[in-house]
Design a protein around this ligand. Structure first.
Ligand code: GLU
Length: 467
């Protein structure tokens, strides 16, 4: 069997979005799971709408997702000579011809067809005129006039279109630029692409591409047209549904492996398993389990998948990422050693790295920078509570150890002596230590903060409550 070669050919006219990222992922996984090669190609023939900025942004998103490529990035804008050679070859073979019809004339032909209840298309007026090259002339492909064009699709099955439905489509525009259908086939042939997975919005282009493969006497690749991703309203996914560019998910604290995990499940399954590492996907992915039906984008599920990956990651791996988020939030950034101790407390609570940075606030801020809400202090540090906390402060000053278990034992003894329940003091202590009503487990939090901070914060909160 040939080596599998797949490709991802985005047009750099916008950022990489959910749909494009899923296409890239499927092609990448197919190559990786089969020991093949993955080619990246920028389809930037539309010079006005393509930009270097978008190219950079797409490459960055691919790198972030971990979708590394073996060849490329190739730029179609640098391959115009090659496309011209192929067009000339088709002209020489009599499979293409020059056409002098103006866009207005072609529109009129379409209109006439519509009026007759036929499919609107170019009527082939220049097909047999043997025109020479000339300004304003396009090159058209000579499509067969009868019969059908058929191909197999791994998801759609046997696809066939009546050739009378197809027209003599343009290969080279009047300004000399190649069209998408021409350039894509030339590149796929030249790059030895064996498998093409893409959205089924391209299905209508495929018969034209199949005709070009035949005209070039080359073998067809395996096609797989995956159903589009839908919003919850069953309309094609868009920003309206809360879908964002891939890099925006990075900014919001999603992990790349969670993104690829979520994306792969939008059209591929492996039993009822939901959580996959990238290594596992590389092993398990196969065309067989691609889904034939459309999937709905669900932001809540994406959050859940992200939270699962946050839990599964090691604190060592998450620490540098958390540092990035603390910095981005203008928060102090403690050293990695401290964060490695802190992160296990935050992992069960944070659905994104941004949330983790939010939970980390009381643990990274200096004692004197903690800001207490006076209402919280009034509510939780009443005179009665302050009385107990003052005594507790003295006890903690002489605590024999400041690890979680010693703290639990020491505070347990104190509560027993005083004849009060933990519930009575837990929330006031939490407010004093974190300036908030929610935090990880109290004893773990105290251990992380350390004796000095715990004493300083209790003292400061008491002073503010009493003052
Ligand atoms: N540049 C095309 C796109 O972004 C590629 C389509 C294809 O896979 O052939 O939609």
């Amino acid at each position: 069997m040939h080596t599998v070669v797949t490709r991802f050919p985005p047009s750099p006219t916008g950022n990489l979005h959910i749909g494009g990222a899923r296409t890239a992922l499927f092609n990448w996984l197919l190559a990786r799971s089969m020991g093949g090669r993955f080619v990246l190609r920028l389809e930037d023939t539309d010079v006005d709408r393509s930009s270097r900025e978008m190219t950079h942004s797409i490459l960055e998103a691919m790198r972030w997702l971990g979708l590394d490529w073996d060849e490329g990035p190739f730029y179609q804008s640098q391959r115009f000579d090659l496309y011209q050679r192929f067009i000339d070859h088709l002209l020489d073979k009599g499979r293409a011809y020059y056409c002098s019809c103006t866009p207005q004339e072609v529109e009129q032909m379409r209109e006439e067809a519509r009026e007759k209840g036929e499919k609107p298309k170019y009527n082939g007026r220049c097909r047999e005129r043997n025109l020479d090259p000339g300004p304003e002339r396009v090159v058209r492909f000579k499509s067969p006039l009868e019969g059908e064009t058929a191909f197999k699709d791994v998801l759609k099955g046997d696809v066939a279109v009546d050739n009378r439905e197809l027209d003599d489509f343009v290969l080279r525009r009047a300004d000399g630029t190649p069209t998408y259908n021409l350039a894509v086939v030339v590149d796929d042939v030249e790059m030895g692409i064996t498998h093409i997975l893409r959205g089924d919005d391209h299905l209508s282009n495929t018969p034209k591409q199949v005709l070009l493969y035949r005209a070039l006497e080359t073998e067809l690749p395996v096609f797989g047209h995956v159903p589009m991703i839908m919003g919850p309203d069953k309309k094609r996914l868009s920003k309206r549904h809360g879908a964002m560019s891939v890099l925006e998910y990075r900014r919001q604290g999603f992990l790349p492996e969670a993104m690829t995990n979520y994306l792969v499940r939008l059209g591929w399954s492996y039993g009822d398993q939901e959580i996959f590492s990238q290594a596992e996907l590389r092993e398990k992915f196969s065309l067989r389990n691609l889904s034939k039906s459309a999937c709905v984008f669900d932001p809540d599920k994406l959050l859940w998948v992200n939270s699962q990956h946050i839990k599964a990651n090691s604190p060592q791996e998450l620490a540098p990422l958390l540092q990035d988020f603390l910095q981005a939030n203008d928060l102090p950034c403690p050293d990695t050693g401290y964060l490695i101790q802190l992160i296990p407390l935050l992992q069960p609570r944070a659905k994104t790295m941004q949330e983790m940075a939010d939970w980390a606030v009381p643990f990274v801020r200096a004692d004197q920078d903690l800001v207490y809400d006076p209402e919280l202090l009034d509510k939780f540090l009443t005179a009665e509570i302050a009385y107990y906390l003052r005594q507790l402060l003295n006890i903690l000053r002489d605590a024999p150890g400041f690890d979680k278990d010693s703290l639990e034992a020491c505070i347990g003894d104190f509560l027993q002596e005083q004849g009060i329940r933990f519930k009575k003091l837990a929330q006031p202590i939490r407010v004093a230590l974190t300036a908030s009503k929610a935090s990880p487990g109290l004893f773990e939090s105290m251990e992380i903060l350390g004796q000095k901070s715990v004493l300083a914060r209790l003292e400061r909160a008491l002073q503010q409550a009493e003052g």
